[in-house]
Design a protein around this ligand. Structure first.
Ligand SMILES: Nc1ncnc2c1ncn2[C@@H]1O[C@H](COP(=O)(O)OP(=O)(O)OP(=O)(O)O)[C@@H](O)[C@H]1O
Ligand SMILES: Cc1ncc(C[n+]2csc(CCOP(=O)(O)O)c2C)c(N)n1
Ligand SMILES: [Mg+2]
Length: 321
C-alpha cells in the first residue's frame, strides 16, 4: 500500500524539468507557479470523469488516463487555445500499481503529444473519478466563443461523428479489440487542438461536441441567437458506424450520441475554402451540415430526434428509481 506522497512521486512527477513549459514551480509545493505568455488570454476549463458514468469500470487504465485529459483539452480546442498546463485530481479506491502505471502512462503520453505540462493535482481515497483542469493560451482577438454566430453562417464539423456512441455500444456488446475503430473513438478520443488553432480567426463561433451535435449546437444558438437548419444526410459518419448501428441508428448517434469530441464551428461561406485548406494540412475533413438562420429553433431534423446527453435525466447509474 502506497501513501499518496509515494503515488505522486512515482506516477505524477514529470521526470525532467522543462524551462520552456512555463512551470516555475510544479508538482510538490502548495501551489504551482506558472508564467503565462504576456499579451495572451488564459483559457481555463475543468471536466470530471466518473467511473460508470464517463467510462466503464473495466476500461483499460491507459484509456481512462488518456480520455480524462482528452475531454478537457477538447474544450481548449473549441476555444482555439494552445494547451499549456493541466491539473489532475484523482479519487481512487485502491492504489493498485498495475492500474496506476497504465493510467499515468495514458495521461502523460497525451500530455507529451499535446505539449501540456502536468503542473499539480490532488489524490484522495474514494470512488474512482478524475477531475482535469486545463489551461491554455489564446490571442485576445482569436478566441472562438459560442456567441459569435451570425444568420447565414455555415455550420460545419471536423472529422466524423457518432463514433463515441458507436464505440460505447460496441464495448457494451463485448467488443475488446483495441484497434476497433469505433472503440478507439470512444475510449481514446483525439482532442482537435490543432484544428481549433487553425480555425481561430475564421470561425465566428465554436463548441466541442461532448453532449451530441444537436445539444452542443443548442449552446451556440443560446449564445448567438437565431436558429439553424440542418441537413442530416450530410453528416459525416464514423468508420464502421452504419455497419454497427444501421443507417438510422448511425444518424441518431451522430446527432445526439455525444462523446465525439469533434469541433462544431460556424463560419461565413467565403471562409470555407480557407478553413478546409488549413484542416487538410492536418488530414482532417470539414463537413458543412447546415446553416444558421434568423428564425429561432432547429429545422431539418424531426423534433423527436432532438435529444442529447443530460446527467440528471432518468435513473442514476446503478440506481433503481
Ligand atoms: N459547478 C459549476 N460552477 C460554476 N460554473 C460551472 C459549473 N459547472 C459548469 N459550469 C460552467 O457552465 C458552462 C457549461 O459547462 P459544461 O460543463 O456544460 O461545458 P460544456 O463544454 O458544454 O460540456 P463538457 O462538460 O462536456 O465540457 C461552463 O462555462 C462551465 O464553466
Ligand atoms: C459508461 C458510459 N456510459 C455512458 C456514456 C455517455 N456519456 C456519459 S457523459 C456524456 C456527455 C459528456 O460528459 P460531460 O457532459 O460530463 O462532459 C456522455 C455522452 C459514457 N461515456 N460512458
Ligand atoms: Mg465543451
Amino acid at each position: 500500500m502506497h501513501s499518496e506522497f509515494d503515488l505522486i512521486a512515482r506516477y505524477f512527477t514529470p521526470a525532467t524539468p522543462d524551462p520552456e513549459s512555463g512551470v516555475v514551480m510544479g508538482v510538490g509545493d502548495d501551489c504551482a507557479l506558472l508564467a503565462p505568455t504576456p499579451g495572451r488570454r488564459l483559457a481555463v476549463s475543468v471536466d470530471t470523469s466518473v467511473c460508470g458514468v464517463h467510462f466503464p469500470p473495466d476500461a483499460p487504465p491507459e484509456a481512462v488516463g488518456h480520455r480524462a485529459l482528452a475531454v478537457s483539452l477538447s474544450d481548449l480546442a473549441a476555444m482555439g487555445a494552445r494547451a499549456r498546463w493541466c491539473f489532475m485530481s484523482l479519487s481512487l479506491d485502491e492504489s493498485e500499481d498495475a492500474w496506476l502505471e497504465g493510467f499515468s502512462r495514458g495521461f502523460l503520453t497525451l500530455c507529451e503529444a499535446t505539449g501540456t505540462r502536468l503542473a499539480g493535482g490532488d489524490i484522495t481515497r474514494g470512488e474512482l473519478a478524475i477531475g482535469v483542469t486545463v489551461m491554455g493560451e489564446v490571442a485576445p482577438e482569436a478566441a472562438m466563443t459560442r456567441g459569435g454566430g451570425r444568420p447565414g453562417d455555415l455550420v460545419a464539423v471536423t472529422g466524423a461523428l457518432g463514433g463515441g456512441a458507436g464505440g460505447l455500444a460496441a464495448w457494451q456488446a463485448g467488443e475488446r479489440d483495441p484497434v476497433h475503430p469505433l472503440l478507439q473513438r470512444y475510449l481514446t478520443p483525439r482532442p482537435r487542438l490543432a484544428a481549433g488553432e487553425a480555425l481561430a480567426g475564421l470561425a465566428t463561433a465554436a463548441v466541442d461536441i461532448s453532449d451530441g451535435l444537436l445539444a452542443d449546437l443548442g449552446h451556440i444558438l443560446e449564445h448567438s441567437g437565431g436558429g439553424a437548419h440542418l441537413e442530416p444526410e450530410t453528416l459525416p459518419l464514423a468508420e464502421g458506424l452504419v455497419a454497427a448501428l444501421g443507417e438510422e441508428g448511425a444518424r441518431q448517434a451522430a446527432l445526439t450520441g455525444g462523446d465525439d469530441y469533434e469541433l462544431l464551428v460556424c463560419l461565413p461561406a467565403e471562409e470555407l475554402d480557407e478553413a478546409r485548406r488549413r484542416l487538410a494540412a492536418l488530414e482532417l475533413p470539414l463537413t458543412v451540415v447546415g446553416r444558421l438562420t434568423r428564425a429561432p429553433g432547429v429545422s431539418g431534423v424531426p423534433a423527436a430526434q432532438r435529444t442529447g446527453w443530460q446527467h440528471f435525466r432518468g435513473a442514476p447509474p446503478g440506481g433503481t428509481s
